[in-house]
Design a protein around this ligand. Structure first.
Ligand SMILES: C=C1C[C@]23C[C@@]1(O)CC[C@H]2[C@@]12CCC[C@@](C)(C(=O)O1)[C@H]2[C@@H]3C(=O)O
Ligand SMILES: O=C(O)CCC(=O)C(=O)O
Ligand SMILES: [Fe+2]
Length: 342
């Protein structure tokens, strides 16, 4: 039987303190547990030239390739996802996180589970906690939606199903552009393994409530995404930042109509290191509640990922997705270096 993405997380259960978010409604100061000033560089630059790519541009393949090489991140417009679908999904996200804490806790992620309500999976790697609450969906959201709204879960489930379907199809189109930019000779194999039907995906709904003393807090700590690529919709409140060599943290501004695309660790491997994974983080806002929806796209969990054969001698050993997630859950940032050959 094929392993599912959810099952791939079972071997690294978490303690409850790394699952239960703060009750943001009842707290009006920044608790010591959430003060990050000494542990991270909170400075950032506001302007940003993260590329914005029209997916129907005649030179889209070249633009996407350049952005992956230089930035590991870009925004896409003309992506074909209807504005109404984004708006509808966002309103469900607001409704979910707007529930009182005791209702959200009904859908708490279990210690060995991967889906439901809780803090970010990377939380155990940091000594401080994040100003963030999340809700993870892998496939159907029915089980947890029923716990949140026993009489009234269908609309949420169908909005999340539609959203995931659209994201999966867009992710596939973007992956094809990326593989073309790498002039992949074994492109067909990768595309067919990571094909529309068989691919794995997860939808992460993120909420960053208004934050007292926001300059001392972190919404989501610096990290790289694990799978092939991530497509992110952010509401109109800025907060996402990307780390640029020689510049530091720069803001990725919300652009209405645009979706943000991040290169994930698995694409770093496939590109033989040509497309570095991008470190990103979220800083919280004092007066505005920020929401985002991140769709993580990857090949089937049992499939093997390796550098494309046309890209020179492999800089990484091949690895199954399941094995990679297990290494990442144990070693976080050291996961990619641990796969280096020679
Ligand atoms: C498939 C997944 C990617 C993710 C872990 C997850 O199981 C679902 C949540 C995702 C997320 C969102 C916040 C940042 C992140 C690093 C985390 O802790 O949980 C990513 C994970 C990832 O890309 O590894
Ligand atoms: O909220 C955001 O803008 C970023 C979220 C993110 O990085 C993630 O879910 O992996
Ligand atoms: Fe991320």
């Amino acid at each position: 039987m094929a392993t599912t993405l959810s099952e791939a997380y079972r071997d690294t259960p978490l303690q409850l303190k790394h699952i239960i978010p703060l009750d943001f409604d009842s707290i009006h100061y920044l608790p010591e547990s959430h003060v990050w000033t000494e542990s991270v560089d909170l400075l950032s630059v506001d302007e940003s030239d993260v590329p914005i790519i029209d997916l129907h541009a005649p030179d889209a393949v070249e633009l996407v390739g350049n952005a992956c090489r230089k930035w590991g991140m870009f925004q896409v417009i003309n992506h074909g996802v209807p504005r109404s679908l984004l708006g509808d999904a966002e309103s469900h996200v607001r409704r979910l996180f707007g529930l009182p804490a005791h209702r959200k806790l009904q859908a708490l992620r279990s210690p060995g589970g991967a889906t439901g309500y809780g803090v970010a999976r990377i939380s155990p790697f940091f000594s401080k906690l994040m100003w963030h609450e999340g809700f993870t969906i892998m496939g159907s959201s029915l089980e947890h939606a029923k716990l949140l709204w026993p009489q009234d879960y269908e609309e949420f489930c169908s909005a999340m199903d539609n959203y995931q379907k659209q994201m999966k199809s867009l992710a596939y189109k973007i992956l094809v552009l990326i593989l073309k930019s790498l002039e992949a000779k074994d492109e067909k194999t990768l595309i067919s393994t990571a094909s529309f039907q068989q691919s794995e995906g997860a939808l992460q709904l993120n909420s960053y409530p208004c934050c007292p003393n926001h300059n001392q807090a972190i919404g989501l700590a610096p990290h790289t995404d694990s799978l092939l690529l991530t497509i992110l919709h952010q509401n109109d409140t800025k907060g996402l930042q990307v780390l640029r060599e020689n510049t530091g943290w720069i803001t990725v501004p919300p652009v209405s109509e645009a979706l943000v695309v991040n290169i994930g660790d698995l694409l770093n491997i496939v590109s033989n290191g040509q497309f570095p994974t991008v470190y990103h983080r979220v800083v919280p806002n004092e007066t505005r509640h920020r929401f985002s929806m991140a769709y993580f796209y990857g090949p089937p969990v049992d499939s093997t990922v390796a550098p494309l054969s046309n890209l020179g001698s492999p800089r990484y050993r091949s690895v199954t997705v399941k094995e990679y997630l297990s290494i990442k859950n144990k070693h976080l940032d050291k996961a990619i270096p641990l796969l280096k050959t020679g």
